[in-house]
Design a protein around this ligand. Structure first.
Ligand SMILES: [Zn+2]
Ligand SMILES: [Zn+2]
Length: 389
């Protein structure tokens, strides 16, 4: 018997508006879009931010169910959650079938999401009109509190506290539970309780972490967003196992998200900061939740051989220091063979011996762990780092 495994891919993690600033490159600048492949092969897309375009360009039709259809859940109609729709190429192919789920907005009335499609592509906002989209599209209205099943998966929707409304979704798959709760401001008792119920026992709880706790208490109060600290609170209360900080502020640089993640990890054991290209698998034997980062961001490698001393923190939270040889160096980072298993998204101090004009010189760099693979040497891991400064 095969073990049921679900796969969650992050195609867009930035809140409010896309960023192309190099200082936001590591976590990524595309707005919200996630893809969840359930063990039965069902494909779910959560939100249609600009990350949706990338998903479309790497498109493979889903394999689950009697007909290959994709189920797309739109949490609400703010720009950052819909602006990828006209740029999603699979919508222009007749063979594809999409089922859309979203709520009836009081500002739009019946067929709210269908209207959003038509309005986005109305003249003069887009070069072609909606008739160019030849894929089959079905729209279903979902209300907070509703539950239904798709394949082997149970989906529950709950209202979140956000201007003009937003839905949070819970996906119960045979491999585990994924809860997606972006765009939510804490402080409204009923909705706070509802979120804890939605997140109850989640294996992966993706939560709005746009602001710092200080911003949330002062200048950004009432903007409809949350903080890492609130995410930790809900995770503890709801018994969620892994917290994923999501919807990063467009003004948050990578260093700021690093600091937010560091603070959250001091308070809660299993936390990741959502990162474009990150893939989390759920239900694999051994580690129930495994995160991977993309290889594409650590390319441009050069063969090299530098003696290096590496110190950092292991997966289990212990400090380590070991000596190794860096064999693979790029403009942005390196692939380092280590006996210790550092934590993904943690910092390593890498001191390398490099030949300089006056003999060997030592170079101290700060590396940020973006990927961990099985190493070629026995008992070693190949650890990919990006040098941050
Ligand atoms: Zn948003
Ligand atoms: Zn919003």
């Amino acid at each position: 018997m095969t073990v049921p495994i679900a796969k969650l891919c992050f195609w867009g993690v930035r809140g409010s508006t896309p960023t192309v600033d190099p200082a936001t490159w590591r976590y990524g600048g595309n707005t919200p879009c996630l893809e969840l492949i359930a063990p039965d092969g069902m494909q779910f897309i959560l939100d249609c931010g600009t990350g949706l375009r990338m998903l479309g360009s790497r498109w493979t039709a889903p394999s689950g169910g009697p007909t290959p259809e994709t189920h797309i859940f739109v949490t609400h109609y703010h720009w950052d959650h819909i602006q990828g729709i006209p740029f999603f190429s699979p919508l222009y192919a007749e063979a594809n079938e999409f089922h859309f789920y979203s709520f009836r907005s009081k500002f739009l009335g019946r067929d709210s999401l269908k209207q959003v499609f038509e309005t986005q592509m109305a003249l003069p906002y887009f070069p072609v009109d909606i008739s160019a989209m030849s894929a089959k599209r079905k729209f279903k209205e979902v209300d907070g509190g509703e539950s239904f099943t798709i394949g082997e998966n149970k989906i529950t929707a709950r209202w979140l506290n956000h201007p003009q409304g937003c839905l949070g979704f819970r996906f119960e798959t045979p491999a585990g539970i994924v809860v997606y709760a972006t765009d939510n401001e804490p402080g409204e008792a009923n909705l706070d309780e509802s979120l804890r119920e939605l997140a109850s026992g989640a294996d992966i709880f993706i939560n709005d972490a746009q602001f710092t706790p200080e911003q949330l208490a002062t200048a950004r109060k009432g903007w409809g967003h949350s903080s890492w600290q609130e995410g930790v609170k809900v995770s503890r209360h709801a018994g969620a196992k892994t917290l994923v900080l999501f919807h990063h502020d467009p003004d948050s640089t990578d260093r700021m998200v690093d600091s937010i993640l560091r603070q959250a990890r001091e308070e809660f054991d299993s936390v990741f900061a959502a990162s474009e290209g990150m893939v989390i698998t759920l239900g694999a034997p051994g580690d129930r939740v495994q995160a991977h980062m993309p290889g594409t961001r650590t390319t441009l490698r050069r063969e090299a051989q530098f003696h290096a001393k590496v110190s950092g923190v292991t997966e289990g939270g212990k400090e380590f220091e070991e000596e190794t040889i860096v064999r693979d160096l790029s403009l942005q980072g390196a692939l380092i063979s280590l006996k210790h298993l550092p934590r993904l998204q943690s910092e390593l101090q890498v001191t390398m011996e490099a030949p300089g004009a006056d003999g060997m010189q030592s170079m101290r760099l700060r590396g940020y762990v973006v990927r961990i693979d099985a190493g070629t040497e026995k008992g070693h891991s190949a650890v990919g780092v990006v040098f941050t400064d």
